[in-house]
Design a binder for this molecule. Structure first.
Ligand SMILES: Cc1cc2nc3c(=O)[nH]c(=O)nc-3n(C[C@H](O)[C@H](O)[C@H](O)COP(=O)(O)OP(=O)(O)OC[C@H]3O[C@@H](n4cnc5c(N)ncnc54)[C@H](O)[C@@H]3O)c2cc1C
Length: 414
């Protein structure tokens, strides 16, 4: 009889693993507390070449085609722009024409992965704990008092993972010191001048006193990664800016967390204005759909690979944000979770002929995951540290002095 695997959490990593295991002929059950995979938060997810290759190993070609038909290709976007708080251009990011990365709506990705897992996905199941039964088999307990056992349990239950906390005997991450507020704004809702300034590209603006605004450009229709409109199932239906306002956490940002919709939007605008941001740079926030504006706290695990998954390999493991919680500042958290899933599947395959034990396979998987997690966290924390640095007296002065000089230099170069 084939190995039975229970996956706790049906977010991006858990569903990717569930899909791969099912395809590989394993007995699998994925449990998530959500009752509907589409009724979930989230905006877009970036998948680089490595994440896409991992997905190709986990899901059927048909699912992959529908994903690409719903994704926005970075190579079709203009270079990213860097702005100061007055809307002056400071410089550009690298040429994207050779990029294989795509952006896809988180809901679309989750829906497609859930379809691939099919009836092995069990929704509305809240996991309360994990342990081993009297025969040493890993066991998952649910909040309703029931439990299941398996040969292997994988915690893919995200930042506040019950499974990883059990394994590590404590939290695996902590607040990164930054709070994010996101929203979506249709390009057509901006003034013609602002549409021209922002253009079909993503952008980042950082001002003094720890205020930053990331503006991601998404167009799954005009910039489709695969030109097959009949397969498209993107939630975003036209050129859209998905923006993220970021501030260092403080008592004041904490009070913003109690606000929603239009009230939160107004409070964000006030906060930027108080820090000297020009009105035109804030149009993208002012014209957002108020219902899309929400707060997110960034949590981060250690950037040191050796700190990640600090337990001995056994029949309970974890992957994705549960182990290496990654702020969205490098757009790599979901990709890393998908790569974890593909690697775990590869390592489990090696146990089939009996030459590798399950514990060895899990050990190899965890070693690779530490490397992957450390790499993506290091990248994501660079932006977080930059934003936090502008909140110091020296950093505020440096940002205020340096950005006009950089803006002038960029204008001269053009
Ligand atoms: C609501 C939401 C919105 C997000 N939006 C974005 C975004 O716009 N851009 C971006 O780059 N990243 C976003 N992320 C983060 C990104 O999805 C993750 O970094 C990435 O997917 C890592 O995947 P993961 O599978 O490890 O965790 P996640 O995708 O976070 O999945 C964890 C899953 O575990 C489930 N779960 C947690 N605890 C339990 C429990 N006790 N019992 C049962 N189920 C449980 C959760 O319901 C969730 O579905 C979002 C995450 C969430 C949860």
């Amino acid at each position: 009889m084939s190995m039975r695997v229970v996956v706790v959490g049906g977010g991006i990593g858990g569903l990717a693993l569930g899909a791969g295991l099912r395809r590989g002929g394993y007995q699998v059950a994925v449990f998530d507390r959500d009752t509907d995979v589409t009724a979930t938060g989230g905006y877009h997810i970036t998948l680089d070449q490595r994440a896409q290759s991992a997905l190709e190993r986990l899901v059927a070609p048909e699912i992959m085609r529908r994903l690409l038909a719903s994704g926005s290709a970075l190579r079709l976007r203009e270079r990213d722009a860097f702005w100061d708080r007055r809307g002056r251009l400071l410089g550009h990011g690298p040429d994207l024409t050779g990029s294989a990365s795509i952006d896809v709506d988180r809901i679309t990705l989750r829906t497609l992965l859930a379809e691939a897992v099919g009836e092995d996905l069990h929704l509305g199941r809240d996991v309360s704990g994990v342990d081993h039964d009297e025969h040493g088999r890993p066991r998952v307990a649910f909040a309703d008092g029931t439990s299941v056992t398996a040969d292997l349990v994988v915690g893919a239950d995200g930042t506040h993972s019950v499974v990883a906390r059990h394994l590590a005997a404590g939290p695996t991450n902590r607040p990164a010191g930054i709070i994010g507020f996101s929203g979506r704004t249709r390009r057509a809702d901006l003034s013609p001048a602002e549409q021209r300034r922002l253009g079909p590209r993503s952008a980042l603006a950082i001002g003094p006193r720890g205020a930053a605004l990331y503006i991601g450009f998404l167009d799954p229709v005009g910039n489709a990664a695969l030109d097959a409109p009949e397969l498209r199932m993107s939630v975003t239906t036209g050129p859209t800016y998905i923006w993220g306002a970021m501030f260092p956490e403080s008592a004041q940002t904490e009070s913003l967390r109690d606000l929603h919709g239009a009230q939160l939007q107004t409070a964000l605008l006030d906060r930027f204005r108080a820090r000297g941001w020009a009105d035109r740079t804030l149009e993208v926030i002012a014209r957002a759909d108020p219902a899309s504006v929400a707060a997110y706290r960034f949590n981060a695990a250690s950037t040191r690979a050796t700190d990640l998954a600090p337990w001995n390999a056994g029949r309970i493991t974890a992957l994705g944000d549960a182990v290496h919680a990654t702020p969205p500042t490098a757009g790599m958290g979901a990709g890393a979770a998908i790569r974890d899933a593909a690697d775990l599947l590869d390592q489990l395959t090696a146990t089939i002929d009996g030459t590798t034990t399950l514990a060895d396979a899990v050990g190899r998987f965890e070693a690779g995951m530490r490397q992957r997690g450390g790499e993506v966290l290091t990248l994501a924390m660079k932006t977080v540290r930059l934003i936090l640095a502008t909140d110091t007296t020296l950093g505020a002065a440096a940002t205020a002095v340096a950005t006009p000089i950089l803006a002038a230099a960029t204008r001269l170069r053009r």
